[in-house]
Design a protein around this ligand. Structure first.
Ligand SMILES: [Fe+2]
Ligand SMILES: [Fe+2]
Length: 372
């Protein structure tokens, strides 16, 4: 039995016994017990085929699967296989063995009442977030309804409506407009933030593919998120007075104090973003490995990993960029300057990974140069 199944089994204690769970099964096992492979279900539960009238579902663009009354998966369509590629084989397995951990206990209870007890016309509608380590979170609406219009249906359609991209687009659009507003004030040239996204994503990918076990927090979601959120690192500069932001020449102590506030302002602005990574990057991208950074002088791994990554990306790009007060440095000089800061400014492990893929940083810079 999978861990999943065990977790659900623990929850069974709070579930009502199922009256009509089936003739061949002890009643205390109930539908969910059968669903996770208890009792005789394995031996006797022969999977039927899908009625021809339901064939359109099999070619539907919506991910669809069929379950029987025991919540055993009869078959899946191609869109479903594509959406859940990398998941265990579905056909013949129990729905909650595969998907149980993505549903609230209350939802599991309701789904069971729907299919066993016929509540709401054997139909259920809800939402869930489905993910695996290799796959970014998929937000879906889930619809369950009978596959046949009879008094006591034997087969059910489970349809997933993937709303991830739609939600992500809406959410990111809101924060992108904030970023645009901050760009109007900041003297960083246009493509700096785009390049910082690319470098950060590339570093995270390298950590994931080459050093995965050492960085269990990096998964498909982390890579996708840092590739967007790295660009937000200086969004707090929207609250920095223009005369300080655009001052030519050195800042006074007091002006530096105000300038450093952009980290806290950024965290404040991004506190409504659903993923805490946004806040971490804004708040901690100027912290240094040896504890000499700002705003909180965090040290070593106290600095969130996403912020340590963005710090490498941001400094590399700042060195390469031409500014009114400095010339553009070559790739080689920039890399050697950064290597000198191994263990002082930068995470020493991360900077080694940076060195290995540094040529790709150069390529990113060259192909995304600022015009003029
Ligand atoms: Fe900054
Ligand atoms: Fe920056």
């Amino acid at each position: 039995m999978s861990d999943n199944g065990l977790a659900i089994l623990e929850e069974l204690e709070i579930l009502e016994p199922v009256e009509d769970a089936g003739e061949d099964y002890p009643s205390h096992i109930g539908l969910l017990g059968r669903a996770i492979g208890l009792g005789k279900a394995e031996d006797t539960d022969i999977l039927p085929s899908i009625p021809a009238a339901l064939n359109p579902f099999l070619t539907s663009l919506f991910p669809v699967l069929f379950v029987n009354r025991n919540l055993r998966i009869i078959t899946t369509n191609q869109s479903c296989d594509k959406l859940f590629a990398g998941f265990p084989r579905m056909q013949g397995n129990y729905f909650f063995d595969i998907f149980g951990k993505f549903f609230q206990v209350e939802d599991i209870r309701k789904i069971r009442e729907t299919i066993v007890g016929g509540k709401n016309g054997y139909s259920w509608k809800g939402e869930t977030r489905i993910k695996s380590h290799d796959m970014a979170t998929v937000q879906t609406r889930v619809y369950i309804f009978p596959a046949e219009i009879v008094k006591k249906p034997e087969q059910f359609v489970v349809m997933f409506d993937d709303v991830t991209e739609e939600n992500k687009r809406l959410l990111r659009a809101v924060f992108l407009s904030l970023l645009e507003a901050s760009k109007l004030k900041d003297n960083d040239t246009g493509k700096h933030i785009t390049r910082v996204n690319y470098y950060s994503k590339r570093l995270a990918e390298e950590l994931y593919y080459s050093l995965g076990p050492q960085y269990p927090n990096i998964d498909a979601d982390f890579i996708d998120n840092i590739g967007f959120l790295a660009s937000m690192h200086d969004v707090g500069k929207i609250g920095t007075p223009d005369d300080i932001l655009n001052k030519e020449g050195p800042l006074s102590d007091w002006e530096w104090t105000v300038m450093r506030e952009h980290t806290k302002n950024g965290a404040f602005i991004l506190s409504t973003y659903p993923n805490p990574m946004a806040k971490e990057i804004a708040l901690a991208h100027h912290e240094r490995w040896d504890g000499s950074g700002y705003p909180f002088q965090l040290e070593g791994e106290m600095i969130p990993l996403a912020a340590r990554i963005v710090s490498v990306a941001d400094v590399y790009d700042a060195l390469r960029m031409q500014r009114s007060y400095k010339p553009s440095l070559s790739h080689e000089v920039s890399v050697s300057k950064m290597m000198e800061e191994r263990g002082t400014h930068f995470d020493p492990f991360l900077i080694e990974v940076f060195r290995i893929i540094a040529d790709e940083f150069d390529k990113i810079f060259e192909t995304n140069r600022d015009n003029g």
